[in-house]
Design a protein around this ligand. Structure first.
Ligand SMILES: Nc1nc2c(ncn2[C@@H]2O[C@H](COP(=O)(O)OP(=O)(O)OP(=O)(O)O)[C@@H](O)[C@H]2O)c(=O)[nH]1
Ligand SMILES: [Mg+2]
Length: 418
């Protein structure tokens, strides 16, 4: 039995194509439970076209109102971003607490944050969210342009709220900056910047922290729940020959991760953008279509934090749970470079360590290849193998490339060597 602290919720799961919608609904249910909402009713709602923002018609709004009354619903959770005007209209019409993707994840982050930096960043995301909700309250404030603390003629309470929010936001940003500065000094003292830095990235619950513990003998919290890790932790991987690298565990990503959260977590996420190499951990026990979607969602966030050009390896984890070997074959075909592991049983960990070591200290060779036009997509793969393009010469039939690449990684280009 769920305790009464859980509010009775209706989930409105929006989607564009039927594919995987049930799986995404399960994910939203898990997020709801994490944020103390009990999913009582779920409604799948197909959005008109791919780029349309969330919008539902009058008929559906009234139908949902009826369901709310019949089921004593206290909150409606929409797995999407909702325009602030429409948001206000819906919450008033339905007379319930309305939760969109941003507020749902922010409330979970608020529960999880444990360090000062984490707490400040969540608060920043929350205030930015509130500020965005005030849009449309009038442009008088910007026109008045009064000095800080002064109250312009005709300002309403909402406008003052908006002004207070903006002030709090800039104070918080300054506080976060100070912590960042302090962290940089500590990092310098610990000599972290003199050693290679690797970060664990990946979808939430993929097993990043479990892998962190295995590789560095740490005791980072591991839980079968979404967003267990919110604050970064850095520890050392020591190889047999005494070489060492720093490994950082960080916050997991999720489908449709709200942009303002990424903005607020810049300080935490900068650990990733400053890395030399990324271990992109993937839960390989999920259905193949979901795995592809997870990888895509993570890559989208990496792009947003300017980290998509950092060399990476896909670490397919939870291989002990994979009953379907076709998954394994398809993943090996689709993604490179990769490694299959189980952070729980230890399977593949030695190989992964070898690959990390090799990436950091490779024997590099210089090769010349020719790619016909239909194969030029391969160029995008070169950086994943930490290859450096030295020269590129296009012709009518394709492109001639001279590149510097680790010897062991050059295999995938064997067919194109000239
Ligand atoms: N079967 C199996 N379970 C695993 C494996 N690795 C991790 N898990 C489980 O997956 C769950 C999530 O693990 P975490 O290490 O907390 O995942 P995470 O990626 O750090 O998650 P967040 O911090 O929430 O982003 C836990 O219940 C782990 O025990 C594995 O190799 N096999
Ligand atoms: Mg974790």
């Amino acid at each position: 039995m769920l305790k009464s602290k859980f509010k009775r919720a209706l989930i409105l799961e929006t989607y564009h194509s039927n594919e995987n919608v049930e799986y995404f609904l399960d994910e939203t249910k898990a997020l709801c439970l994490t944020a103390n909402f009990e999913p009582v009713v779920s409604i799948l709602y197909k959005l008109k076209n791919k780029d349309s923002t969330f919008f539902i018609g009058r008929g559906k709004i009234e139908e949902i109102k009826k369901i709310i009354l019949e089921n004593e619903i206290e909150a409606v959770v929409i797995d999407d971003e909702v325009d602030p005007h429409f948001f206000r209209f819906l919450s008033e019409f339905w007379n319930v607490e309305l939760i969109d993707k941003s507020s749902l994840i922010i409330s979970i982050f608020a529960k999880r944050a444990s360090t000062k930096q984490g707490k400040l960043q969540v608060e920043l995301a929350r205030l930015n969210y509130l500020l965005s909700q005030t849009s449309g309250w009038g442009k008088i404030l910007s026109r008045l342009g009064g000095g800080i603390g002064t109250r312009g003629p005709g300002e309403t309470k909402k406008e003052i709220d908006k002004r207070t929010l903006s002030l709090k936001i800039s104070r918080l940003k300054n506080e976060i900056k100070l912590i960042e500065k302090r962290n940089k000094i500590i990092k310098k003292k610990r000599n972290i910047s003199n050693f290679p830095n690797i970060s664990l990235v990946g979808y939430t619950n993929a097993g990043k922290s479990t892998l962190m513990n295995v590789l560095t003998n740490s005791t980072v919290l591991v839980r079968d729940q979404l967003f267990s890790t919110l604050d970064t932790k850095t520890a050392i991987i020591k190889f047999n020959d005494d070489t060492k690298v720093f490994l950082t565990d960080t916050v997991g990503f999720i489908r449709k991760l709200p942009h303002r959260l990424i903005e607020a977590f810049k300080a935490t996420l900068s650990q990733i953008s400053e890395s030399n190499f990324l271990l992109h951990v993937v839960d390989a026990s999920k259905p193949i279509e979901i795995i592809k979607q997870d990888i895509k969602s993570v890559n989208e966030v990496l792009k947003e934090i300017n980290s998509n050009d950092i060399p990476s390896i896909l670490v397919f984890n939870k291989i002990d749970k994979c009953t379907n070997l076709t998954n394994v074959h398809e993943l090996a075909e689709l993604y490179k470079p990769y490694c299959f592991i189980s952070a729980i049983t230890g399977y593949g960990i030695d190989k992964l360590l070898e690959k990390i070591k090799y990436f950091l200290y490779p024997n590099r060779i210089i090769i010349k290849i020719f790619l016909p036009h239909e194969k030029t997509k391969i160029i995008n793969l070169i950086k994943n193998f930490s290859g450096k393009i030295l020269e590129k010469e296009w012709s009518t039939s394709g492109v001639k490339i001279i590149l510097d690449i680790p010897q062991d990684y050059a295999d995938f280009l064997n067919d194109y060597i000239i």
